[in-house]
Design a protein around this ligand. Structure first.
Ligand code: NAD
Length: 478
């Protein structure tokens, strides 16, 4: 039995804003999953002002004490993980296992950056000048804006918020309007952990109103965005035009190359996990597969058998293998892309261009034209386009012939092919015999080409570079 969740803003230490906007549970359209506040420009500006006022005192707090607050927030989030995961399923539609994993990820991210409060920072250099040492230190930027998508509604806000706060910045976060409650849970944990008022502000609402205000306001020194390429490029132009710093992590069209020497079952598991896990609604999801002739038949047989086990259902039922599509607009994109591929000659080995509500069966479309939307554009559904290539070289060329460059994978037992692929596949993350989706939290993450601004990496130690600037100090003895 669920009760309707309420997601307000957090502005200057107060949860405020009338809850007016309903979000229905995509698996149960009759159920209102959450009612959220809907911010105005004035709300966004109040949040920025609160952040600006709070930031200097926060930056003066010793880094270990800032980190300790992140650690306490991690414990609070862990203690309510079951409730947070269930709310996440209700607003986003993924399975409870996936949601629990994501909440665990957010806990881990808070712990990781919390521990960095004790880490060594800066470098000491010898100087060419006598009696002089040179050292570098990293300073916070001030107020940073964070704009996040719906598909990882607590992990992405956490992996931006934690390094921003640890580095001594104040934050204004605008989560996706489809998933306000997950961000609300993150904010509550940090607030209750003792974060001073104004250091973290969350403004719920639309991209056009709240998001654009963050992009345009000169008081936002840096803006980190994750979302679609079209919106990201637009935001990047606005921030760069006014001299701000931007970080854009955007769409993907992630390919996997399956070579004759791979084990067909193992390769099918890698592709299915990357393509159908998270309902294919991951920036790192596998959406195109290039297969060499000798393994094609066995691989497709295995893949079809596995696809049949990914029946869509209500994510709150622990037996559900795959969650539902998150919205009607997303479903429309999925269906029209599949229909278009069929019209231009592709064969469907599994799934159809139709759906029962938002319960959409996984699709395997074979012999899709390389340039067709299903093979070339980000669709963001549980849909895998399969194309045959004559050999490794043609497969690598096809992987690289894409506007995107987020993740790329290869299934092979050849060390030399794997090494060559790791070197020459043009993507920010390379996976050898592992699903394209799924990331460790302590290593750099980001794309190239249309997947990223390519400016700064997220996650791991590298994440703090975006949220700081570097100062070089020459210290003479006298
Ligand atoms: P989206 O671009 O529609 O929205 C992302 C965020 O931007 C939302 O909070 C939205 O409200 C806001 N926004 C929309 N228009 C805006 C505007 N004009 N000004 C300011 N903000 C605006 O993306 P989405 O549908 O929420 O998420 C799916 C997309 O996110 C996919 O393209 C996916 O690949 C991408 N994604 C990328 C990564 C990554 O790390 N590369 C991770 C997850 C998702």
């Amino acid at each position: 039995m669920s009760s309707t969740a309420i997601a307000q803003h957090l502005i200057d230490g107060e949860f405020t804003g009338e809850p007016v906007k309903e979000r229905r549970n995509p698996a149960r359209p009759d159920e209102v999953a959450v009612v959220s506040a809907s911010g105005t420009r004035a709300d966004a500006e109040a949040a920025i002002a609160a952040a600006e006022a709070a930031q200097p005192a926060w930056a003066a707090v010793p880094a270990p004490a800032r980190g300790a607050i992140l650690m306490r927030a991690a414990e609070l989030l862990r203690s309510r993980a079951a409730e947070v995961a269930a709310d996440l399923v209700r607003e986003e539609g993924k399975t409870i296992a996936e949601a629990s994993g994501e909440v665990g990820r957010a806990v881990g991210v808070l712990q990781f950056f919390g521990s960095l409060g004790w880490a060594a920072t800066g470098t000491t250099y010898e100087s060419a000048l006598p009696g002089t040492t040179i050292s570098t230190r990293r300073r916070p930027l001030g107020v940073v804006g964070l704009i996040t998508p719906w598909n990882f509604p607590i992990a992405i806000p956490a992996w931006k918020t934690a390094p921003a706060l640890l580095s001594g910045n104040a934050v204004v976060l605008k989560p996706s309007e489809l998933t306000p409650m997950s961000a609300r849970h993150l904010a509550a944990a940090l607030h209750e952990a003792g974060l001073p008022a104004g250091v973290l502000n969350v403004v719920q609402g639309s991209g056009r109103t709240v998001g654009e205000t963050l992009a345009q306001d000169d008081r936002i020194a840096a803006l980190s965005f994750t979302g679609s390429t079209a919106v990201g490029r637009q935001i990047g132009r606005v921030v760069n035009e006014r001299g701000g710093r931007s970080q854009l992590e955007m769409g993907g069209k992630n390919g996997v190359l399956v070579l004759d020497d791979a084990d067909p079952r193992r390769a099918a598991q890698v592709v299915a996990s990357g393509g159908f896990g998270l309902t294919g609604q991951a920036c790192t999801a596998t959406s195109r597969v290039y297969v060499t002739p000798g393994i094609r038949a066995a691989f497709l047989e295995e893949l079809a058998a596995i696809a049949a086990t990914y029946a869509p259902g209500d994510g709150l039922d622990p037996a559900t293998a795959m969650g539902v599509v998150a919205s009607d607009a997303q479903l429309e994109r999925d269906i029209s892309a599949v229909r278009n591929a069929v019209d231009s000659g592709a064969t469907l080995l599994h799934g159809r261009p139709e759906s029962d509500g938002l319960h959409f069966q996984p699709v395997i479309a074979v012999d899709v034209e390389h340039a067709s939307p299903l093979a070339a554009e980000e669709i963001f559904g549980p849909i895998v386009a399969v194309m045959e290539v004559p050999d490794y070289e043609a497969g690598l060329a096809a992987i690289n012939d894409s506007a995107y460059g987020l993740t790329a994978g290869i299934c092979t037992t050849s060390l030399s092919r794997a090494s060559d692929f790791a070197e020459n596949a043009h993507a920010g993350v390379i996976k050898v015999n592992r699903a394209t989706a799924g990331l460790d939290l302590h290593v750099p993450f980001g794309g190239v080409k249309d997947s990223s601004s390519g400016t700064f990496r997220e996650q791991g130690h590298t994440a703090t570079q975006f949220y700081t600037w570097e100062k070089t100090v020459y210290l003479g003895a006298e």
